[in-house]
Design a binder for this molecule. Structure first.
Ligand SMILES: Nc1ncnc2c1ncn2[C@@H]1O[C@H](COP(=O)(O)OP(=O)(O)OP(=O)(O)O)[C@@H](O)[C@H]1O
Ligand SMILES: [Mg+2]
Length: 253
């Protein structure tokens, strides 16, 4: 069996006395699209923060392509091919769309805030940025300040920033939150396109998106995974119906 892209073993997180993540074991395969669903406050974003080392776990391990990430900094994990977006839009609104993506590419290549002269001359960097703008359908918006884009376009830009470093494991936290149906469809197609052949781990509330996109789903309730499996199996699971899906599916109507 090949090494999983991501493997969580006995992962726990307490904030003070509150047990927020209560022992998670999960293995996500290479090129799998995996959705994490569950009620508000279940610990989905916290789980993301543990995987990407924004918080140290209280117990347990995270492995990326078989490598234990314990003790690594977020940027070191990023360099190993894992990249994430945040639940709240996280772009530089005054910089242009082009500059936002270029900045992400630069960062991924290890440059920080110097080298701007070099940057302007770097054709490779410009071409790389343009290729990403094409992928996220924002080539015709490249010179606009990012803050002037529509909300859906800003989320698309954010996805571009997330994939810019060429990561092979992409984590998106509620990429379609607050969108209309048509915007949601648009972003779902975009996600499918840009994560082709990559591992995707996504927190998502919209069940249409989850069932359309995920190979497997994990249901997180009060810091525990109560079910993991193919969409149809998870949908039919009485435990899931009771704890979450019944209410979530009703909310769609
Ligand atoms: N830094 C922190 N310090 C203390 N408590 C925290 C911290 N971060 C999250 N929590 C708590 O952990 C619980 C889980 O929060 P989390 O944001 O992970 O949930 P979520 O599943 O992402 O919810 P939502 O669907 O609303 O985004 C909440 O009760 C939250 O208040
Ligand atoms: Mg969250």
């Amino acid at each position: 069996m090949s090494v999983p892209a991501l493997e969580l073993n006995g992962l726990k997180k307490n904030f003070g006395k509150a047990e927020i993540i209560r022992g998670i074991d999960l293995s996500i395969g290479k090129a799998e699209r995996h959705a994490i669903i569950g009620p508000n406050g279940a610990g989905k974003s916290t789980l993301f923060n543990l995987i990407t080392a924004r918080f140290p776990p209280s117990a347990g391990t995270v492995k990326l392509h078989g490598e234990d990430l314990t003790g690594l900094q977020p940027f070191e994990i990023n360099r190993r091919g894992l990249s994430r977006s945040f639940q709240i839009t996280n772009i530089f609104p005054k910089m242009t769309v082009f500059e936002n993506v270029r900045c992400a590419l630069l960062w991924a290549q290890g440059y920080k805030y110097s080298f701007w002269n070099f940057v302007n001359r770097s054709r490779k960097l410009t071409e790389g940025t343009e290729a990403i703008l094409e992928q996220i359908n924002l080539a015709n918006r490249r010179d606009l300040p990012a803050g002037t884009l529509s909300y859906a376009e800003q989320r698309a830009l954010e996805i571009g920033i997330t994939i810019a470093g060429g990561a092979n494991v992409i984590m998106l936290d509620e990429p379609t939150a607050g969108m209309s149906h048509s915007e949601t469809d648009y972003i779902t197609d975009l996600i499918l396109k840009v994560t082709e052949g990559k591992t995707l781990i996504m927190v998502e509330h919209d069940m249409g998106v989850v069932f359309g996109l995920a190979d497997r789903i994990s249901v997180l309730v009060y810091g525990e995974i109560i079910a993991t499996g193919a969409p149809e199996a998870v949908r039919a699971d009485p435990k899931v119906q009771e704890a979450y899906l019944g209410a979530a599916l009703e909310a769609e109507h």
